[in-house]
Design a binder for this molecule. Structure first.
Ligand code: ZN
Ligand code: ZN
Length: 253
């Protein structure tokens, strides 16, 4: 399999995963035009993308979802409650409700319920050809099912949203700071490190830090925090940081 995070952060999220049998998109939180530009920028085979999978109904994950699904003529896999809350986005789309697990083309996809403040909130593990990718963003607090379901991943895309000090001293109003650090908010750099520490196995070859806050984080802080975890524990994976404004090159596993 190979993965490219096309866009990551509160300005829009989308990831493409390919295997020899086809491809899927996870989330489409930027315009269809931009998603196609980003897919082209990494040389993705757009014609082989066969499904769009939605994590939850926040606008940074679904703003372009209906348009890209209609344009590529692909089904949208979405939790029923998220469909109900945002049905107007998916007019004339082929909608399939997610189950636990489900198959999309050659991918076996397992939803992982996460604690967040969308209508219904899911991380996913995606398996194909004996490899496993975990996609975990928009998660306020790590629960046991998350730790369990991501075990033995070859690649993890993991939210590393904020640096606690930057958030504390930053410009956001109090209620927003409470929302972000709360159990239904986003994962801090330190909490992302804890999850890796708790679940690491030698299968893990690549870790991609994602959904970094522009206001309350800095890519170098998120990176350094995870390098600390890696070095202290002698972990052996390559570390990447996803970007808001450009796609990451494909990572092969
Ligand atoms: Zn988000
Ligand atoms: Zn969200």
């Amino acid at each position: 399999m190979k993965v490219s995070v096309l866009s990551s952060g509160s300005g829009g999220n989308s990831t493409v995963i390919h295997s020899s049998g086809g491809g899927i998109l996870i989330d489409a939180g930027l315009s269809a035009k931009k998603i196609i530009e980003r897919l082209n920028s990494v040389g993705a085979d757009i014609g082989s993308i066969g499904a769009l999978v939605i994590t939850h109904d926040h606008i940074d994950h679904i703003s372009g979802a209906g348009i890209i699904a209609r344009k590529l003529k692909i089904p949208v896999y979405i939790h029923k409650e998220n469909y109900i809350s945002s049905a107007d986005k998916f007019d004339n789309c082929e909608v399939k409700f997610i189950s636990d697990p489900f198959d999309a083309g050659c991918f076996r996809i397992t939803p992982v319920p996460v604690s967040h403040d969308g209508t219904a909130n899911y991380a996913y593990t995606v398996e194909s050809g004996g490899k496993k990718i975990s996609h975990i963003t928009d998660i306020g607090v790590v629960t046991e099912i998350v730790r369990f379901r991501i075990l033995k991943s070859d690649l993890i895309i993991l939210e590393s949203n904020h640096d606690l000090e930057m958030l504390k001293n930053g410009p956001y109003p109090w209620f927003l700071k409470q929302r972000i650090t709360g159990n239904l908010g986003h994962l801090s750099n330190v909490s992302a490190g804890d999850l890796v520490k708790e679940t690491y196995s030698e299968d893990l070859k690549h870790l991609v830090l994602a959904h970094l806050s522009k206001e309350n984080n800095d890519p170098s802080l998120a990176y350094d925090e995870m390098v600390k975890v890696k070095e202290r524990n002698n972990f052996n994976f390559r570390l990447h940081v996803a970007k808001q404004d450009e796609a990451l090159e494909f990572i092969e596993i």
